[in-house]
Structure formats: C-alpha cells, structure tokens
Design a protein around this ligand. Sequence first.
Ligand code: SF4
Length: 205
Amino acid sequence: MVKYPGAEQWVPRTGGMKRVRAVIGECRGCDLWEDAERAVPGEGPVRARMMLVGETPGDNEDKEGHVFVGPAGRLLDKALVEAGIDRSKVYLTNAVKHFRFERQGKRRIHKTPSASQITACRPWLRRELEIVKPALVVVMGSVAARALLGSSFRVGQDRGKPVELPDGRPAVATVHPSAVVRSDEFRRDFGRFVDDLKVAVELLG
Ligand code: SF4
C-alpha cells in the first residue's frame, strides 16, 4: 500500500470553514492534487444539523469547484426533496477532496480513490465534522463508509439502519447517488435511497 504524508499538516486548527476553504487547495497529503483542477471542500450552513458525505468530486465538480453538481448531484437533489430534506439546510461534502480519474482520450473517467488516499484525506473530513458538529451524518457509499465507519462496514448489509460513528455521533449509511444513477432497476433503487434518507430524517427528529 502506498504511504502518503496525509493531510493533517495542511488542515488549519483555527479560522473555521472560511479558512478551510482558503487553504485546502494547498494540500499535498496524497497524489490526487497533481491531476485534478482543484480541491472541492464541502458546502452548506456551518451549523447544519445534517451532514451528507459522498465519495469524491466528479468531473463536473472538479471543473466547477462545487460539490454534487453533476448527474449524481441532480439525483441527490430529487431524493432530498422526496425525503423532505431542504438541501439549503444540510452540509454536503465528500470523503476525498480531489477528483481521481483515468484519461480515455478526451474523457476523464472516475476512479475510486484507494484506501491510502481515503486515509490521507480523512483529516479534512474530521475538521469539517468538528466545525459543523452535525447532529446526524448520512454516509453515502463505500468510500464514505470506509472513511467514517471503517473498512469492515458493509453498506449493502447495513444501509438504512441507525449506526454510530466512532465519536458516538448518530449516522445512517446508504448507497452513493451515482450508484442509483447507473442502476438497471432505477425506480426500485431510487425508492430505497429515498427510504434511507427518510430514516435519517426520523432519527434527527
Ligand atoms: S485528496 Fe485530500 S489528502 Fe489528497 S491532496 Fe487532495 S485534499 Fe490533500
């Protein structure tokens, strides 16, 4: 396994989210900064009660510098509406802040970040959790689950159930919205995704 320095030394301890956004682009905690356009930190109110954590920025997010603006983001928007969640009131972020991809001609094809890259980037996610202090975290997909719940957690098995992060914070795991976008059984899988989000709403009270 490749050993990266990790993001810790680039993560500011003071200055809140404004400072995080100002300096995250300087991070050299792993090799993903080399090919991506930019680091994409989370977005949303810093006092949000719910934080949703995905995988990495995708092609659109990397170009535009915002989280969840591509096809998965549009699907997430629809699912949030169905679940009764106001996107403007939640904090949305990713476990890994730079886009990982492979070039195929002119296209940039998404690649799942490695375990070492997920570990290297975790200090940024930890800092976002410290600043936002959400009452509940929605863990979307296996990369976010690995970052927040450990490598033994299985999203397929334990999705839609109340779980706890290692710090005791309530959480619910579900699939990443991009998995629903790609699904051959879209209607069923979209419904299940919305159901998992509704569990999060119920837990939040
Ligand atoms: S992916 Fe994370 S750890 Fe790696 S360079 Fe980007 S911000 Fe730093």
